[in-house]
Ligand binder design. Structure first.
Ligand SMILES: Nc1nc2c(ncn2[C@@H]2O[C@H](COP(=O)(O)OP(=O)(O)O)[C@@H](O)[C@H]2O)c(=O)[nH]1
Ligand SMILES: [Mg+2]
Length: 396
């Protein structure tokens, strides 16, 4: 599960990345926090199954019944107009973006940077222009992949060496796109039976735009909301989820929380000072600004964006695998030790595969620990399920 942050230069991508991967003290020793300078671990939040069972347990990723589930976050290289033709760090961008399942397009909603990312006075650049150009760059990249190969593809199909779905899917495998996704889009647009020789360039454009939308959905982070004079501008962006946010505020709060100055958990709509801390005048000033941000946009928006990307846009579910169905523990006796993110409609067998290939290989059946019922490999899992897998093989 990977989320990519992208957009033009100086909109706050790296600030968002730092804020989202700055782990609170409680989970600071969780492994693989920083994988690579631009790949890190962020967390989405969901109800922990401990709530359902009314039990208390010690787990550094469960805070008062809210479970923190790790996801990979990638700070993708900045985009400039013409990136799909290799301008700027175009190719680096493509390499990074290809791994992401969902993309957060960070926009400077306050209009403090021009189209190249150079600083300009607040409100002098129209952020709607960025929304359009970045999306077009992204779509154009898909169009190029297909157009470059179109003649070859047409010939292959003519000579019956491939079928339309397979031929197209092959061109997009590097982006992690699956045959069934290509099939679904062709079907939806009534192109499934159309001879590729008769496709118009508008057929190609429409097909590719739809394919991009389904396989690499975008959500917009309207960043620098703290500086924005009129947030109503957000209403002018249609067709995409848009969430106002302030990455800089989130970063400040996480650092202050880590330093023991404030009580704050990502996603909170407020913070409080830790009792008896003495804070410097400039710290007080920064925290006063944070209060203004909260009154303007409710929370900093960062956690909300991550949660929406995973649970609303990708529609993933959270499942808790255990080894003892009555105690809800693993071998070491840890209660609800793990949580897994799975695409919706995943089965018990899919969960087994995610835990370990061997466990899936020797899969016998599973147990739904909430109902205590035995379930088969094809059983479709629900959000919040607690599952024990029974297998003839153990991991490793
Ligand atoms: N006011 C304000 N400034 C921000 C915010 N997020 C980032 N910035 C500033 O915008 C500038 C560019 O940020 P950076 O994260 O390097 O942008 P990137 O080029 O997209 O990675 C820096 O000066 C940040 O401090 C925000 O939410 N509010
Ligand atoms: Mg950056």
């Amino acid at each position: 599960m990977q989320i990519g942050l992208f957009g033009k230069a100086n909109v706050g991508k790296s600030t968002f990345f730092s804020a989202a991967t700055e782990t609170p003290v409680q989970i600071a020793n969780f492994p693989f926090t920083t994988i690579h300078p631009n790949i890190g671990v962020a967390y989405v939040q969901s109800d922990c199954a401990c709530k359902h069972f009314g039990i208390e347990h010690k787990n550094q990723l469960c805070m008062k019944g809210t479970r923190f589930i790790p996801v990979k976050l990638i700070d993708v290289a900045g985009l400039v107009p013409g990136a799909h033709e290799g301008k700027g760090l175009g190719n680096q961008f493509l390499d990074d973006a290809r791994q992401a399942e969902v993309l957060i397009h960070v926009v400077d909603i306050a209009g403090t940077t021009d189209i190249q990312g150079q600083p300009v006075p607040i409100g002098t650049h129209d952020p709607l222009e960025d929304v359009e150009f970045v999306q077009d760059e992204f779509d154009q990249w898909f169009v190029d992949i297909l157009q470059r190969e179109w003649d070859k593809l047409t010939k292959e199909i003519e000579q019956k060496r491939t079928k339309l779905v397979d031929g197209i899917a092959k061109r997009f495998t590097g982006l992690g796109i699956k045959d069934y996704q290509v099939h679904d889009v062709l079907h939806k647009l009534d192109l499934i039976a159309k001879n590729p020789k008769e496709w118009t360039s508008s057929d190609v454009q429409t097909f590719v735009k739809e394919l991009r939308k389904i396989t690499k959905p975008i959500i917009i982070a309207a960043n620098k909301a703290d500086l924005c004079k009129d947030l109503d501008i957000i209403k002018k962006i249609s067709d995409t989820v848009v969430i106002p946010c302030s990455a800089e505020t989130e970063l400040l709060l996480r650092k202050a929380s880590k330093a023991g100055i404030v009580n704050y958990t990502s996603g909170d709509k407020q913070f409080s000072l830790v009792d008896n801390t003495k804070i410097l005048p400039q710290q007080q000033k920064a925290l006063d600004l944070v209060k203004i941000v909260f009154s303007k946009i409710n929370s900093t928006g960062i956690q909300k964006i991550l949660n929406i990307a995973v649970f609303d846009v990708l529609k993933f579910i959270v499942v808790f695998p255990v080894e003892d169905e009555t105690k809800l523990t693993n071998k070491d006796g840890d209660v609800l030790p793990d949580s897994k993110l799975l695409p919706k409609n995943s089965t018990a067998k899919d969960l087994a595969g995610l835990i370990h290939a061997d466990i899936a290989k020797g899969f016998l059946h599973a147990i739904d620990c909430k109902t205590k019922q035995r379930i088969g490999g094809d059983h479709i899992l629900k959000n919040g399920d607690v599952i024990k897998i029974v297998s003839t093989l153990s991991r490793g």
